[in-house]
Design a protein around this ligand. Structure first.
Ligand code: 3HC
Length: 294
């Protein structure tokens, strides 16, 4: 069945980006949040991203109006009942996600595909709370969603070949490049990225180089768009620590264990850009490395 209407649950950092790219691709989108305030904030992010696109000459004012016109917000999951595919991007909490899926499973048609944007929880475990595990996939987008080309499409042992193929086609229809992954914590990208980021923190702990030099080294030495410590600030230290804990729990390998410095920074509220400080202090332009971390 062709996809016409897309539901997105959660309009935070990832959900707003996902809703935006779906509307840009021509789908009618219904995006839900738990409160009117959060919904307004999320839709505001989309509006300001598109406005910046217009300023940069990347998006026309007509296209911006068209995209916004295809987006509808709601605070009731019931309103997602007519969607052909629902992408969930709520907080990385198993109980919260399970609750969302139980409601969706009750209100959506049997043919609706469910997709989770989780980066760390088991797709199989989430699918198991629904009566449509064969039509349940992972669609893992990357931050910032409108600019990052990749989507990991994840199948559980219960995902049907047909639903998996539909999910791959859907990702392509968004102008993204899908890669296929099985349901192992971290999928492909975080399995390789997280140990690298944690190792960069260990390098800081061991005094191998300064924060600025480690970042500059990887940026210029490997051609990365940003160094690992800048990327940690961008992703969020709390988010990274949370993902690392889950990966360590799954694989029991030291490379996934959060180093003490990461835990202390999370405890101290140094979560990166979102709190204004992490490895760098964002109150200054350009941001300056934070002193006294070790
Ligand atoms: N509308 C339309 N286009 C826009 C735009 C907007 N509002 N804002 C920027 N763009 C365009 C720019 O015009 C530019 O286009 P061009 O290449 O044709 O010139 C392009 O997007 C890049 O934008 P900028 O030049 O402003 O910015 P950068 O070159 O610094 O790129 C970035 C920004 C894409 C974020 C880059 O820094 C990057 O790739 N960083 C790494 C991000 C990353 O690794 N993300 C993954 C995190 S891990 C994750 O998400 C997984 C999770 O589970 C943890």
């Amino acid at each position: 069945m062709p996809v016409k209407v897309v539901g997105v649950v959660g309009c935070g950092l990832m959900g707003s980006g996902i809703a935006q790219v779906c509307a840009e691709a021509g789908y009618d989108v219904i995006v839900s949040e738990v409160s009117g305030d959060l919904l307004k904030k999320g839709l505001g992010k989309i509006e300001s991203f598109l406005a910046r696109g217009v300023e940069k000459g990347k998006v026309t004012a007509e296209k911006k109006a068209e995209v916004l016109g295809r987006l509808q917000g709601t605070t009731s999951l019931e309103e997602l009942s007519g969607c052909d595919i629902v992408i969930e991007a709520v907080v990385e909490n198993l109980d919260v996600k399970r609750e969302v899926y139980q409601v969706l499973d009750r209100v959506c048609a049997a043919s609706t595909i469910f997709a989770s944007n989780t980066s760390s929880l088991s797709i199989t475990g989430l699918a198991a709370v629904t009566k449509r595990a064969d039509r349940f996939v992972g669609l893992h987008f990357f931050n910032p969603v409108p600019l990052m080309k990749l989507v990991e499409v994840v199948r559980s042992p219960l995902t049907s070949a047909e639903a998996f193929a539909q999910a791959l086609d859907f990702a392509r229809s968004l102008g993204k490049t899908p890669v296929r992954s099985t349901d192992r914590t971290g999928f492909i990208v975080n399995r390789l990225l997280v140990p690298y980021l944690l190792d960069a923190i260990r390098a800081v702990e061991e005094g191998v180089g300064s924060v600025a030099d480690i970042d500059e080294g990887m940026r210029l030495g490997c051609g990365h768009p940003m160094g690992p410590l800048t990327l940690l600030d961008f992703v969020g230290l709390d988010t990274t620590c949370y993902i690392a804990d889950i990966m360590f729990d799954e694989f029991r390998e030291r490379r996934f264990a959060p180093p003490p410095l990461l835990k202390r920074m999370v405890q101290a509220g140094l979560h990166g850009r979102k709190t204004g400080k992490g490895f760098y202090d964002y109150s200054q332009d350009p941001p300056k490395p934070v002193a006294g971390l070790i």
